[in-house]
Write a protein that binds this ligand. Sequence first.
Ligand SMILES: *Cc1c(COP(=O)(O)O)cnc(C)c1O
Length: 376
Amino acid sequence: MYSKKTDCVHGQQQHQGINNPIYTSTANRYIGYDELLYPRNFNTENQKAIVEKLCRLEKAEAGIIFSSGTAAISTVLFSFLKAGDHALFSKEIYGGTAKLIVEEFQKYNIEFDFVSNVQLERLDSMIRENTKMIYTETPSNPLLSVVDLQAVSAVAKRNNLLSVVDNTFATPIIQNPISLGFDVVVHSGTKYLGGHHDLCFGAIVTSEKLKNVIYQSALNFGGSLNGLDCYLIERSLKTLALRVEKQNSNALKLAIALQENPKISAVYYPGLKSHPNHAIAGGQMTGGFGGMLSFELKDSSKTEKFLNGLQLIIPALSLGGVETTICQPSTSSHASLSEEERLEQGITHALMRLSVGIEDADDLVRDIETALASSH
Ligand SMILES: *Cc1c(COP(=O)(O)O)cnc(C)c1O
C-alpha cells in the first residue's frame, strides 16, 4: 500500500517502457486470443491502465472510462433505471446532469424528484415504493454546499436503493465515497483528472458486480474513449495529487483573503470555519477542501467591470485545470434558468465562481484585489 501521491505516479507495469505505448488499433487479431480487443469493449491496454489507477485512487474494485462525464453518467442512470422506476436527485447537481434527467427520463417513463442538499433530512419521506436510486454531488456547483455522504449512503442502504455520487469537484485525492458506503462514483475527467483544459472524458468506479451491470449497457451506448486521449490521461494522472494539493492550498488562501475584502459580501468555501457544512466537509474530505470557491460582490452593478479588469484569471467555463478560471453563473452555466429559479438556489447576479489553479497564490489574490479596486 502506497500513498495516493505515489499511486498517481506509478501504475501497473505492463511493458519495458516506463510509459505505456499508445495503442491505436481498432482492428485486432482474434484467432488464438481469449478476449476480443476493441475500443468499445473498453478493454484496450490504454483504457485498462487508467481504470486500474483510478480504482486504486478511489479504493474501488472496478471501473470504466468513457468519452465524457456525461457519457459515464447517462450510462449509469440507464443501466439501473427502467420504465416505472423512480429516482431521487440532489437539486444542486451539475446543470448538464439535471438537463439529461428532465429531458430524457420522461421519454422512458422514469420518474424523478429533486431534493435540496439543505433538506436532505427530507430524503426518507420522499422515498416511494418504486424508488431505486439516490444520486448526489458534493461539494456542489456553484455554492459549494457539502452533502453528508455517510448519512446519505445509510439512507440508501436502509431502503435498498442504489447510491450514486458525482465526485468531480472533490477528486479521488480528497474524497473516496466508496469508503463512505456509496455504490457508484462518477467523474467528469474533463475537469481535475485531466487538469489541463485539453481533455474530455468520464469515469465510473464501483464494485466488480455493479461494474458488470454497467458494462453491459456501456457496450450498447458506446461512449468509449480513444487511445490517444487515454495516453494524455495517463500522463495527467501522474500529477493529479500534486495539482490538487496546490489547488487546495491556493483556494484556502484566496478564500481567507477574499473574506476580508470589504467589496465582497460573501465567500463560499467548505474550508472556511464560517461555512455551514465545514464540520461535515472536514470529516469526509482529507488533505484539503478542493479548488472550487465562490464569492459575491457587494455591488452587483460592478460584475462586468470586475471581470474585464482581471489580468491573470481567465473568465472561462469548465474548471479543474492548472490555470485559474472564473465564471459568473447567472450569465453562463445557469443562464438558462429564470432569475426566480436562480435566486431560489441562491445564485445572484453578483456571484462569481472560481476554479483555482496552481499559480502563485499571492499573484491570484493581487489580481482579484486590483480588478475589484479598478471596477469601483
Ligand atoms: C462537467 C461536469 C460534468 C459533465 O462532464 P462532461 O465531461 O462535460 O460531460 C458532470 N458533473 C460535474 C460535476 C461536472 O463539473
